[in-house]
Design a protein around this ligand. Structure first.
Ligand code: GDP
Length: 259
């Protein structure tokens, strides 16, 4: 289901679940619940297709891993609009980036998980349209140099359009996730929360986590987009919508028509 053409062949309810997984949950809410935050970004088919074209490589539109950096002066020049992905180790970040780039099979999403190995920022260039950065995963024992690397990046990267903060959809927000939330809030950087591995969560658990995190975002954040993005890299749910949102925030979707 990496391509929309395949998703469109599914029957309607399944299709909605893959393309708009958050919207699919709406029907289980108590009557009268405010659902505005479930459908703030709701592109139509044309916009989804336009975004998919950006994520599909061909000879005239290469999608490449560019370089890795441990320090800001090693980062490629900030020539294009940029998005970055951050999250706890094991949250599903490399799987999600692989799913986003699944229509560009030559892209190699590197993982450096060996303990003791320096974690790096990995830069990917999507044609002449934008760059996507895979930030090192943080964890309970996030070393100081990691925090400094991410902090420097977030503060200095002027072409950064949006940060995607990944949160495990099965376990919800963890204490360590606050490292990132606090950093983003302190620097006043616009970000979005993405709930991962939703195929592993029962509907009840997922709904509970969604409502709790929505409430957290409403009460405790300034810079977080009020709509959560739900994804499964295994089933491709939410991946098409996320591609579309990336295209939108990098200015590559001039007219997102509401459906
Ligand atoms: P990272 O450390 O954040 O890059 O995490 P990975 O992408 O390596 O994923 C960590 C583990 O979660 C791996 O065992 C993946 O197979 C698993 N995983 C990642 N995404 C998903 C998902 O969407 N669904 C399920 N069921 N498992 C996932």
């Amino acid at each position: 289901l990496a391509a929309l053409s395949q998703v469109l062949r599914l029957e309607r309810s399944r299709r909605t679940g893959i393309v708009f997984p958050l919207q699919k949950l709406e029907r289980y809410l108590a009557p009268g619940t405010d659902t505005a935050r479930f459908r703030l970004f709701q592109p139509g088919l044309a916009a989804l297709q336009r975004a998919e074209a950006l994520f599909r490589s061909d000879r005239g539109h290469p999608i490449d891993y560019v370089s890795s950096a441990v320090r800001m002066d090693h980062a490629p020049p900030p020539a294009l609009p940029e998005v970055c992905f951050i999250g706890r180790s094991n949250v599903g970040k490399s799987s999600l980036i692989r799913a986003l780039f699944s229509l560009a099979p030559e892209v190699e999403v590197r993982v450096s998980k060996t303990p003791g190995h320096t974690k790096k920022m990995n830069f990917f260039k999507v044609g002449k349209f934008f760059t996507l950065v895979d930030m090192p995963g943080y964890g309970y024992r996030a070393p100081q140099d990691f925090v400094e690397m991410v902090e420097a990046y977030l503060q200095e990267r002027h072409n950064l359009k949006r940060t995607f903060l990944l949160v495990d959809g099965v376990v919800g927000l963890q204490k360590t996730d606050n490292i990132a939330v606090e950093m983003l809030e302190e620097f006043g950087i616009p970000y979005v929360m993405v709930l991962t591995k939703i195929d592993r969560a029962s509907r009840g658990v997922l709904l509970k986590n969604v409502l709790e995190i929505q409430e957290f975002v409403k009460e405790n954040t300034q810079g977080c987009f009020p709509q959560l993005f739900l994804v499964s890299s295994v089933e491709f749910s939410g991946v098409h919508l996320l591609r579309c949102f990336v295209a939108h925030v990098t200015g590559n979707l001039p007219a997102v028509e509401a459906s």
